[in-house]
Design a protein around this ligand. Structure first.
Ligand code: NAP
Ligand code: F7E
Length: 363
């Protein structure tokens, strides 16, 4: 019998990698998707039609849909990855963020309990280093106090504690992975890493003049998403339900990410000036390629995230540095250089076709 996993947030960056990972491990994988007026399943399109991959409509804001899917699928493992996951956006939609990222977790836990699966179903909750927020200790581990510093982080803090509560009150096997930033070729295009790699590729190919960013000095512990989904699975295979910090243990600034990404795209950046006046200049041409814009500053920003993955390394046998920072940036830039080339080629073909149609060369 194949084990059955249910993934909320299956269309997201992590959901897509986790689906691939679990299918390779012979799981039957079910995913919850939202109805959308446009097709937003690009990341999992290659999995649709797989005999062990099934999608169900549902929403973390809708208890009935969760009860219905969980009750019919009766999963052995649930990976609750669904969330309004953008920190800056959480300042614009704080109520929705709280509903999905906080109460949504409670809805999943209650649905499992009410469907009579409390003793058999293991639950992974996608928690976050944003809980450390205005950090009280560097680097951060499982014992570092939380100081959430955005509506997103406050909502995720509820998610963390309600998971712990269900574990202690009902003896359920539910755990949180406190994951530090993890990126990939599938990262959403408005997160800083992907925004940078796409811009570097567009600038290198003459499709964009300049990149505008916010706080260049912000520090992050960036890992590779493909490596991190393995840890989600390992956490649920553990003997005891426990929470784990998942990070690389290596820290870099947004500025450093930028310099490396532009380097892989064939440009060497030099940063001059300070604060809002800081600029990234192409050493060869002297052109300003990166500027700071107040639009990308947050009302409160988390600026010093650095994880200590010792517990995960020791207890789960997980390798936190499988993919190095340099390799991650290179992978993302290479992917985006190809993506931009493809876009250019498609546009050229469209222009040629339009011209041929206009001239009557083709009908
Ligand atoms: P992502 O790419 O933004 O994906 C989020 C997923 O949640 C998407 O599939 C989205 O569906 C779904 N979703 C949003 N609202 C929903 C709702 N109301 N009902 C059902 N599904 C909903 O995020 P990610 O980077 O894969 O992250 C996965 C999880 O890990 C999130 O919970 C995030 O907060 C957390 N996390 C991420 C990181 C990181 O660095 N990536 C670090 C720590 C924690 P649509 O496609 O329909 O929008
Ligand atoms: O910002 C700074 C920004 O949006 C990183 C989510 O997956 O990881 C992610 O949240 C840093 C911040 O990610 C721009 O101020 C500068 O300090 O890429 P980000 P995030 O906020 O760390 C955590 C762990 C999660 O849980 C979340 O779900 O970069 N920054 N300039 C910028 N950020 C953005 N987005 N855009 C800029 O132009």
């Amino acid at each position: 019998m194949n084990r059955i996993a249910l993934i909320t947030g299956v269309t997201g960056q992590d959901g897509s990698y986790l689906s691939e990972f679990l299918l390779e491990k012979d799981y039957e994988v079910h995913g919850i998707i939202r109805r959308s007026s446009v097709d937003y399943r690009e990341r999992i399109a290659h999995l649709e039609g797989h005999p062990r991959f099934h999608l169900h409509y549902g929403d973390l804001g809708d208890s009935m849909s969760l009860m219905s899917v969980i009750g019919s699928v009766r999963p052995d493992e649930i990976y609750n990855l669904a969330a309004q996951s953008h920190v800056q956006v959480s300042f614009d939609v704080p109520e929705n963020t709280a509903d999905i990222d906080a109460t949504g977790v409670l809805r999943v836990l209650e649905a499992v309990r009410l469907c009579g699966l409390g003793e058999s179903c293991r639950i992974y909750q996608a928690s976050t280093s944003e809980l450390y927020g205005k950090v009280e200790e560097v680097p951060q581990n499982e014992n570092t106090p939380f100081h959430p510093y955005s509506p997103y982080a406050v909502a995720k803090q509820y998610g963390f504690w309600i998971v712990k509560e269900y574990r202690e009150a009902y003896g359920m096997f539910c755990c949180s992975g406190i994951l530090f930033n993890h990126e990939s070729e599938r990262r959403g295009e408005t997160f800083v890493t992907r925004k940078i790699t796409l811009a570097a590729a567009r600038i290198a190919q003459g499709r964009q003049d300049r990149l505008y960013l916010g706080n260049l000095s912000s520090l992050r512990d960036w890992g590779y998403a493909r490596d991190y989904v393995e840890c989600m699975w390992l956490i649920l295979q553990n003997k005891k339900p426990e929470d784990y910090v998942i990070a690389t243990g290596v820290q870099h600034s947004v500025r450093e990410f930028c310099q490396l990404a532009f380097h892989y795209a064939g440009m060497e950046l030099e940063f001059t000036g300070e604060g809002m006046e800081e600029k990234g200049i192409d050493k060869k041409s002297g052109k300003v390629l990166v500027e700071v814009s107040p639009d990308f500053y947050r009302p409160t920003d988390v600026v010093n995230l650095w994880g200590d993955p010792s517990k995960a390394r020791k207890e789960l046998g997980w390798n936190p540095v499988k993919t190095s920072f340099e390799e991650l940036v290179r992978l993302m830039v290479e992917h985006d250089m190809k993506k931009v080339s493809m876009e250019r080629a498609k546009e050229q073909i469209r222009t040629n076709l339009e011209e041929y149609l206009e001239k009557g060369i083709i009908k």
